[in-house]
Ligand binder design. Structure first.
Ligand code: PLP
Ligand code: COI
Length: 348
């Protein structure tokens, strides 16, 4: 197939973070201990049994990745091996089969390649969001794992997660409901964590915030993470910290930013428990980070019935987050050197 067909006529720079149907998705199924070969399909609908454990008992997990177009036209993925590894932690936690790394990578590449016309062009500010998912689909009633599974990858061109292009400053509201128990599934990318978070997001938005911020559910003291992103903080003493917690998603973006902060900005970095109320006066800059969120500065946090501003008026982007954002997206788009070999090119 000559994948290099002309691009779709979309207003790329106006895209938000919404589902846009594309032409192809990858689908493979598992039964009796093995995966079939799978392949590309065109329907965006999945036929599953009405008793499927994915529907009743949330036996499902997913991933989130992006493909970017570089200035020279190369199509770049960012650390896709880590998404594959993370899915193979979530799957077995819910008694689902592993997705072999080769199958994961091949499925992602095939889907990206087949939807070449939908990959936003360089300079548009948009990217191709990739959603791998694993679901228990077979007939079932009682609480037990499915006998059949589907691994699927679909893609959708997307713009910024938080409305504005570039570096938008967002606000977070500490949630009154918990996302994850200390020994629960918080560190796995499983849908159940997100279903429970819908109400928290709604409550945060009713307060005028963009997203919920979760504190640890044991003591409700330490920062865990936001609804769809991890948290990073530049402290007034010049150090750069991020919460240590077993109940948060181990963000690939965060791991990358912590490395850039240490190596490229020379900051002293630390992953440790962060007591929100006690340490807030020492916050210089804060941000949410993730595949969808990229790096989004946090200007204000709602807790104890009041807004608390960070970095002055709570609306400006600080220099540390600006530099880290520039470094991160510079590498992701192939504009800066990639000293850690984080990029993976999809041959078109
Ligand atoms: N935390 C949550 C709850 C998320 O949904 C995401 C998004 O994937 C992240 C953090 C960021 O993880 P990553 O940087 O791997 O996308
Ligand atoms: C991602 O950043 O890839 C996510 O999965 C977050 C999701 C809530 C959009």
């Amino acid at each position: 197939m000559d994948a290099k067909v002309s691009k779709k006529d979309l207003n790329w720079s106006e895209l938000g973070f919404q589902y846009q149907r594309t032409d192809f998705r990858f689908s493979a199924t598992w039964e009796k201990g093995s995966w079939n070969e799978g392949g590309l399909v065109s329907s965006e609908f999945i036929a599953v049994h009405e008793g499927a454990p994915a529907l009743h008992y949330a036996q499902q997990c997913f991933e989130g990745m992006k493909a970017q177009t570089a200035a020279d036209g190369r199509i770049l993925l960012f650390r896709p091996n880590l998404n594959s590894e993370r899915m193979n932690l979530a799957g077995p936690r819910l008694l689902m089969p592993e997705v072999p790394a080769e199958m994961f990578m091949s499925a992602v590449e095939q889907t990206v390649r087949a939807n070449y016309a939908w990959i936003p062009p360089y300079g548009s500010g948009a990217s191709l969001y990739i959603r791998p998912m694993l679901i228990g689909i077979g007939e079932n009633l009682g609480l037990k794992p499915a006998k059949q599974y589907e691994f699927r990858v679909f893609v959708s061109p997307v713009g910024p997660y938080y409305q504005q292009a570039g570096l938008a400053v967002i606000s977070l509201a500490v949630s009154d409901v918990d996302r994850a128990a200390p020994l629960g599934t918080g560190s796995f990318k499983v849908g159940a964590n997100y279903a429970g978070g819908l109400l928290a997001t709604r409550m945060a938005q009713q307060l005028g915030a963009n997203e919920a911020l979760y504190l640890d559910s044991l003591e409700r003291r330490y920062i865990d993470e936001a609804g769809s992103a991890n948290i990073i903080i530049a402290l007034k003493d010049g150090s750069f910290v991020t919460p240590k917690s077993d109940a948060i998603l181990p963000s690939i973006t965060r791991r990358s930013i912590m490395q850039l902060a240490k190596d490229q900005l020379g900051l002293v970095t630390e992953e440790r428990p962060i007591d929100l109320r006690k340490e807030f006066p020492n916050f210089q800059e804060a941000a949410a980070c993730g595949t969808a969120a990229v790096l989004t500065p946090v200007g204000r946090i709602w807790y104890d019935d009041a807004w608390h501003n960070i970095n002055g008026d709570g609306e400006s982007v600080g220099p540390v987050m600006q530099k880290l954002y520039d470094l991160l997206i510079g590498i992701q788009k192939g504009e800066l050197e990639d000293p850690y070999s984080w990029l993976h090119e999809v041959e078109i």
